[in-house]
Design a protein around this ligand. Structure first.
Ligand code: NAP
Length: 232
């Protein structure tokens, strides 16, 4: 099995699949990633062709794409490569957060940046695409490259607590929260904190899901593999 990772669910899945040979793949974006159990490979495959070559060379029986809902290039590549090789393919995507009344949805990080310009924003969209933001505090795992000198920077990684998020938002006098619709419990405390403080939330919509079999939980992914990777 090849598990395309970089998420908590991918780590849970690798830990759950003890009876098969599983290789977890990480992009290599984070300097010190949390490593899944078992075999791990790190770095891009070299596009669709590289992934096709990998699937053939390693004689991969099934691919589970458990990457982040916003990692849409690797997902598109995995769909194309598994289609080319005839390898069973499953997408594991945790659901997005249930919308709340004072959340404003936008289609891109750039649109979010334009919407919050001039306000002290708490930016939690990751270290890519930070250049367009003009004021506030960004939280990232590794420092953004290039840095954005107009923003304060907090280096940290989840899970976070509501009390911690409230304290951070008060300390930085945050007026608006910017987040991707990542879903899941790992980073949800900021949403509770924003509600508590009456801070509005700008949510970047997910890219559309790929046209492939899709499940929302690790248990469903394990069941799919147990049934024979969708083949039977
Ligand atoms: P992306 O834009 O979809 O992918 C860009 C390229 O990075 C891919 O074409 C592929 O390179 C390589 N890549 C991505 N994920 C990979 C993986 N799991 N294993 C091997 N190569 C991978 O990806 P991204 O949005 O930069 O995300 C990179 C990683 O960070 C993913 O593993 C994702 O799960 C994790 N992550 C992303 C976000 C986010 O907001 N985007 C948030 C949290 C975690 P090649 O074409 O050379 O194969």
């Amino acid at each position: 099995m090849l598990v395309l990772g970089g998420t908590g669910e991918a780590r849970e899945l690798a830990a759950a699949l003890t009876s098969a040979r599983v290789v977890s793949s990480l992009a290599g974006r984070v300097a010190h990633p949390r490593l899944p159990a078992g075999e791990v490979r790190i770095g891009g495959f070299g596009g669709v062709d590289g992934l096709v070559a990998y699937l053939r060379a390693e004689r991969v029986d099934a691919v589970i794409d458990a990457t982040h809902p916003f990692a849409d290039r690797i997902t598109a590549n995995a769909l194309a490569a598994t289609t080319a090789t005839g390898t069973p393919f499953l997408v594991l995507r945790r659901p997005g957060w249930p919308p709340e009344d004072d959340w404003r949805y936008v289609d891109s990080v750039a649109e979010a940046a334009a919407l919050v310009a001039g306000r002290r924003a708490f930016i939690t969209t990751g270290r890519q695409e930070l250049g367009a933001f003009t004021s506030g505090v960004a939280r990232t795992v590794d420092p953004p490259d290039p840095p954005n000198p107009r923003l304060d920077l907090v280096l940290d990684r989840g899970p976070y607590t509501v009390d911690g998020e409230v304290a951070l938002m008060r300390e930085h006098r945050v007026e608006v929260l910017v987040t991707k619709d990542s879903g899941g419990p790992m980073t949800a405390a900021k949403l509770t904190a924003a509600r508590h403080l009456g801070v509005p939330v700008v949510v970047v919509r997910r890219p559309p899901p790929p046209p492939a079999p899709l499940v929302e939980t690790v248990a469903e992914a394990v069941a799919w593999l147990t049934r024979g990777s969708g083949a039977g």
